[in-house]
Design a protein around this ligand. Structure first.
Ligand SMILES: Cc1cc2nc3c(=O)[nH]c(=O)nc-3n(C[C@H](O)[C@H](O)[C@H](O)COP(=O)(O)OP(=O)(O)OC[C@H]3O[C@@H](n4cnc5c(N)ncnc54)[C@H](O)[C@@H]3O)c2cc1C
Length: 389
């Protein structure tokens, strides 16, 4: 066993830190007032995010985990995991835009199941940041129980006709295309009856934005006699549910890395605060009531780190580590939330202010405990794996 990160990943990490400091932070300073405003200029924020994405594509970071054949850098999952961690740890609200995962607007290996001519048309532009995507599985009547989706696709000529309604879809408002999951055999459902399709934006209607406690605002999508040709099936007809689960499992190292980075950022901020803020004539750090929760947080962060790195390593080894992926999703999002909550506490009132460092982190982590398989669903997967032995 070698617990050291490979040298090339350590070097990449250093150049990514430099990129954040030199290219991202100045833009962040320019736009900070918008982020903290009760009525932010969302167009301006999006414009700056697009700028960061374009700079990151040029610097070779954005979708580095994708194959070179579609414009990526063939970076390992471990390499990308560390970049996601560092983006989150930086505390920059724009830095997460500089790396495509775990955002479903960016490219994923799921799209590589498309035929070659569509890779050029749809996948390369997402890798190079000129187009964005979305991943449309959830419906009003089917969230955790995803195999219960009602969206249907029926064969029509040399293509498929799709009808249905999706909600809570990240980047629904701007995506150039969606990956949509539809029932193609209502008897088989998850066991061979759900298919994934690439649907261009001119074939669906967007519903209203769904504002929520996080800063990522999903939306609704309506498929009303949408039609796509046969070659827009992603992978094989009937195997879409497996593809969705594969996509979610592969992405869990990145969600874990994001949670880990946000927990590290919270602890970094809390540590400097308790050393400078005084109460009862002493720095807060002198009181065990303030320092012990931070020590506990450090322990949990180290446990999180090794679970996350191990999962990334297992994915790079070609394994499909479903159990490890669920353990990482569950532990990292739950513990990172607990860490951020403790760190918020040592900030007192400032912890609750939008202008303070932790408030937005806590809101984001609260969201991560629900999306892409809520914590209870991860426990369900873990308990099934245990009792099946
Ligand atoms: C900000 C945001 C972005 C999102 N982005 C996307 C996206 O891009 N694409 C997409 O397809 N979806 C997306 N989602 C949807 C998200 O994945 C679902 O909200 C999530 O899977 C939970 O489904 P649900 O909301 O229908 O809750 P429900 O399925 O109704 O579950 C409600 C509660 O019941 C619990 N529960 C359910 N079943 C069980 C069980 N068997 N045992 C114990 N507890 C159980 C759940 O854990 C949950 O806490 C997004 C959601 C949000 C909030």
């Amino acid at each position: 066993m070698d617990f050291n990160l490979p040298e090339e990943i350590t070097a990449l990490r250093a150049s990514f830190a430099d990129f954040i400091d030199r290219s991202v932070r100045p833009l962040e300073d320019d736009i900070a007032v918008e982020f903290d405003s009760p009525a932010p200029d969302r167009d301006r924020i999006r414009q700056v995010m697009d700028e960061v994405r374009a700079m990151s594509v040029d610097a070779g970071f954005f979708a580095a985990h994708m194959p070179e054949s579609v414009g990526g850098q063939d970076l390992s999952t471990l390499g990308m995991t560390v970049l996601v961690e560092d983006a989150a740890r930086s505390g920059s609200r724009l830095a997460m835009t500089a790396v495509s995962p775990p955002n479903p607007a960016g490219p994923s290996s799921l799209l590589l199941k498309l035929p070659d001519h569509l890779l050029e048309q749809w996948v390369r532009p997402v890798v190079t940041g000129t187009k964005t995507a979305c991943f449309a599985l959830t419906e009003p009547e089917a969230g955790s129980d995803a195999q219960a989706i009602r969206t249907k696709a029926v064969k029509d000529g040399d293509g498929w006709r799709i009808n249905g309604h999706k909600h809570y879809i990240t980047n629904a408002s701007h995506a150039d295309f969606t990956v949509v999951f539809a029932v193609t055999d209502s008897e088989k459902r998850a066991a061979g009856g759900i298919t994934a399709f690439l649907v261009p934006a001119d074939q669906f209607r967007r519903g209203p934005t769904q504002w929520n406690i996080s800063d990522t605002h999903p939306g609704e999508l309506f498929f009303e006699d949408s039609w796509v040709p046969d070659d827009h099936v992603i992978g094989e007809v009937g195997l879409g549910f497996f593809a969705a689960m594969e996509f979610l499992n592969a992405g869990r190292a990145f969600i874990g890395a994001q949670a880990l980075g946000l927990a590290e950022f919270s602890l970094d901020a809390a540590l400097s605060h308790v050393q400078t803020r005084t109460a009862f004539g002493k720095p807060l750090a002198a009181f065990q009531g303030a320092s012990f929760p931070l020590a506990q947080s450090k322990v949990e962060i180290e446990a999180m780190r090794w679970l996350v790195y191990h999962l990334a390593w297992a994915v790079d080894e070609g394994q499909n580590p479903m159990l490890d992926a669920s353990i990482v999703k569950y532990y990292s999002t739950e513990q990172a939330y607990a860490v951020a909550d403790r760190c918020l506490q040592v900030f007192g009132g400032m912890g609750l202010m939008k202008s303070g460092p932790i408030e937005r982190v806590l809101r984001h982590l609260r969201m991560l405990r629900v999306v892409e398989g809520a914590s209870e669903i991860q426990l369900l997967v873990i308990s099934r794996a245990l009792t099946a032995r």
